[in-house]
Design a protein around this ligand. Structure first.
Ligand SMILES: [Zn+2]
Length: 244
């Protein structure tokens, strides 16, 4: 194999490895944002549950005050009832007492219902608290995993970039310039395999004579369609995957 073709294949492989690692690194901020969003949802659910419980307690205290006020008026009416002079006054006060008693009874029923609701809302608060604690623990462990991945990808990107840098110094100037020029235009991919008479990147069919020349791997041949440098993989030669 042409030595520079072999080096360009390795260079492509190292660039691919560095790009892959950088792509993985680029996904990390969105993963961390998703954790924050997940925690924010749990915290909001807890805040809402606490608010509903507080509202229930406030409403119950208000009902209890109302009942106390009505009860106090009821006691006054009962005192007045002892001192009425006329039958007519007696009936009026008796009617007021009945109305107040009905009021107290219905308020007490509402207080009872409010207490039952309060128990359920208190349970919901506790559930939300447990969910938040569990989510915090899960996310903390996921964050540690991601931090390890980050270090791994950073190291992989640096290792591949450094090796690529060293390798470029061994490649003849014209060949390297051609590689960089194609890589610039083709999203970093300058060297690809020719396979089954096709360019494996743009899938254009190669002329038989061109494919035969590529099979020899003894010169730099570009795809007539996408311009990438083509090489032919034999079991004996270096593969892109092996050199990654
Ligand atoms: Zn092509």
């Amino acid at each position: 194999m042409l030595p520079d073709l072999e080096r360009l294949i390795r260079l492509q492989s190292l660039r691919n490895a560095a790009d892959d690692a950088r792509r993985c690194l680029a996904k990390i901020p969105a993963q961390l944002d998703a954790f924050d969003a997940n925690l924010a949802e749990h915290r909001k659910a807890l805040d809402d549950a606490r608010q509903r419980f507080e509202d229930n307690q406030t409403a119950r205290r208000n009902l209890e005050k109302q009942v106390a006020a009505v009860q106090s008026r009821l006691d006054n009416k009962k005192d007045q009832l002892m001192n009425v002079k006329t039958n007519e006054d007696y009936l009026v006060i008796q009617k007021e007492i009945t109305a107040a008693q009905d009021n107290v009874q219905s308020s007490e029923e509402r207080i009872l219902q409010s207490m039952l609701d309060g128990d359920a809302l208190d349970g919901a608060v506790k559930n939300s608290e447990h969910s938040l604690v569990a989510a915090e623990a899960d996310i903390e462990s996921d964050r540690c995993e991601i931090e390890k991945e980050r270090m791994k990808f950073e190291a992989a990107a640096k290792k591949a970039s450094d090796a690529a840098e060293v390798l470029t110094r061994e490649i003849e100037g014209v060949a390297l310039a051609l590689f960089e020029q194609i890589a610039e235009k083709r999203n970093g991919v300058a060297v690809v395999e020719a396979k089954n008479n096709l360019c494996s990147s743009c899938h254009v069919r190669l002329r038989p004579q061109v494919f035969n020349d590529i099979r020899r791997n003894n010169k730099l041949i570009q795809c007539e369609s996408c311009g990438r440098i083509l090489h032919f993989l034999t079991s004996g030669n270096l593969t892109l995957a092996d050199s990654a």
